[in-house]
Design a protein around this ligand. Sequence first.
Ligand SMILES: Cc1ncc(COP(=O)(O)O)c(C=O)c1O
Length: 438
Amino acid sequence: MKNTPIKKELVDRIIQEFDIRDFGKATIREVKAIAAKAENESGVEFIKMEMGVPGLPPSAIGVKAEIDALQSGIASLYPDINGLPLLKEEASQFIKAFINVDLKPEGCVPVTGSMQGTFASFLTCSQCNEERDTILFIDPGFPVQKQQLVVMGQKHETFDVYNYRGSKLKEKLENYLKKGNISAIIYSNPNNPSWICLKEEELRTIGELATQYDVIVLEDLAYFAMDFRRDLSKPFAPPYQPTVAHYTDNYVLLISGSKAFSYAGQRIGVSCISNKLYHRSYPGLTKRYGGGTFGSVFIQRILYALSSGTSHSAQYALAAMLKAANEGKYNFLNEVKVYGERAHKLKEIFLHHGFHLVYDNDLGEPVADGFYFTIGYPGMSSGDLAKELMYYGVSAISLITTGSDQEGLRACTSFIQEHQYKQLDERMALFAMNHPVK
Ligand SMILES: Cc1ncc(COP(=O)(O)O)c(C=O)c1O
């Protein structure tokens, strides 16, 4: 191979220094560190697409509310473990306004990011019934959530939804659920890493089976309303963010401040427990805690033990952002739709140079342009492609780490800068020349 922007030997040496035998299994943090080192040593700028962190300024409404709250002295006080009443109220309104679901403020619980929301949900769900000790992932997914289960010593099962879209989903799910060991099902929608969005018929299947088999659905809405094919930005008007909540009462919605509001640094989100689930008692919870319902255990036992609530000022920030969105004064999606514009341009470049999209459609409709997309190259495995692209100064993570069975990479649009489209085009032209497709 000739003329790669970064010498192969340099990248290979750095990978060896990190003691990574199979680059396809390198974690996001490892890829980031290797790219940073290769960039530093070679002096060649990397096009960084491995990290899924927001690349935009935080919502100004949130920042102002948080500063005001801090100046009023709230930092000295423990926040209410149930959550700031104002935030609970606005979160409930937000769910009505943008999802068209009725969920009482009581069930809207602030957490230190959805990361804590899933940790607390996994724990609560796993403790409900002794025989249900396994979480089912509809993958591909966010790798850290599996790590959370490893940390807490819980089991999980997973399947790649790629071949089980639409009418094929029911039988696949039922094969897992009928065994009786699954306590909860988790997926993200829009999906990290593939940006597929489950359709109503698929959400209906998940919801109906959740009721039938009495399992809880953890619907991770980290990329809330960021399916830019439709304008989901108008409060109290269709179209709405699709949700399983229309099809079952057994659910927790995980809403994050990180991506839709570019507020990742303050670690804030809300976990929204359905009205019915909140008040339901379970034998495992009664035995362990001497009483309590799903909602009260989630808050007063688990969140209390984990962090005793969520940063006070960040709750004021999220409350203000949700309030402004609910009142139609703040179109939060306008601020983040640039991710979709970037994805559109980046996909065009990759496709032009012989790449293909791995997850490319939702039941026939092309996937949206958004925060992530997935790419493959003919005849190359995930690991080989991830490593090869490093020689061209392009960093992305392999799909293997996300629970996908497909060969390819996840690319994130969040760090792309304007001058990098041209750079990418040139580098991928060279890549294609060095890797002619037979
Ligand atoms: C699917 C998914 N869920 C949850 C999170 C974490 O969100 P938070 O920052 O609110 O903890 C992310 C962040 O990348 C994500 O991609």
